[in-house]
Design a protein around this ligand. Sequence first.
Ligand code: NAG
Ligand code: NAG
Ligand code: NAG
Ligand code: NAG
Ligand code: NAG
Length: 234
Amino acid sequence: MVGSRLASSIAFLLALASTIEARPLKHNALPNIPRSWPSGGNGLSGYSVPLSDGSQSLPAPNGTLKFITIGRGTQNYTCNSTLSSPVLIGANAVLLDASPLLPLLPPGEGTAVLDLLPSYVIDFDFAAIEASQIPKLGIHYFDSKGVPTFDLGSNGLLKGKGLADIPAPANASAGPFDQGYGAVDWKTLTDAGSSVGLKEVYRVETAGGKAPPSCAGVTAPIYINYSALYWFYD
Ligand SMILES: *[C@@H]1O[C@H](CO)[C@@H](O)[C@H](O)[C@H]1NC(C)=O
Ligand SMILES: *[C@@H]1O[C@H](CO)[C@@H](O)[C@H](O)[C@H]1NC(C)=O
Ligand SMILES: *[C@@H]1O[C@H](CO)[C@@H](O)[C@H](O)[C@H]1NC(C)=O
Ligand SMILES: *[C@@H]1O[C@H](CO)[C@@H](O)[C@H](O)[C@H]1NC(C)=O
Ligand SMILES: *[C@@H]1O[C@H](CO)[C@@H](O)[C@H](O)[C@H]1NC(C)=O
């Protein structure tokens, strides 16, 4: 079934490219599925978040899987005279709805295609993705208090705090076209309070996002391109 998985993946990516270039879709790749997600994990029951980077694992989720999204944006860092290495101060990402892809994944194949998507999506222009017709489920940013925030509109709001993180696998994309400082950690965030309808999020299959190792010669702030899968649970 590898061929079928690859075909699905390529079809999705062609459709992605077509929307970005504002051309009509040439491929009937994306079935016209309802935009409203089934509640309670219906339709998502065959999917489970990757937890292992090959040597370490994140704790398993306890909630119900609600959404799978593809994040694309920047991790923001600062440097100043007292810092030897960059410090994370924020992020800015659009969360694309992975649902149009799910019906294309052959049953029983796990998430092999999904898992590869961030390493492709990072090669697309962030601004073009934001302006495209690809269905967006929400946005990710740090609020004014520096709390990682995931705003899925009427589908929920997660104010996160870190629970666990593990390094990305060695073969993760280092950045756009595999150029960069490496892939940010995989991590689990849980409700920091005042979340609505969402309790846990997993950032996995990361591509890019890591800062340069040293502040030497760096002009802050630094915006580093990244992509990742974000899996949301309630
Ligand atoms: C799920 O529950 C287990 C047992 O209490 C805990 O160790 C783990 O950290 C929890 N996972 C999350 C994502 O909260
Ligand atoms: C440098 O940045 C760090 C992290 O943001 C901050 O805690 C520290 O106060 C800053 N130092 C100066 C001199 O601006
Ligand atoms: C992060 O960087 C983006 C640019 O990608 C910017 O729009 C956003 O305001 C920044 N947020 C923080 C908290 O630095
Ligand atoms: C991030 O990607 C955008 C295109 O999406 C590009 O214009 C920008 O130069 C990249 N930033 C860095 C720091 O590589
Ligand atoms: C990394 O290697 C694993 C094991 O071969 C593979 O399943 C995965 O797709 C690879 N990841 C990337 C981003 O190429």
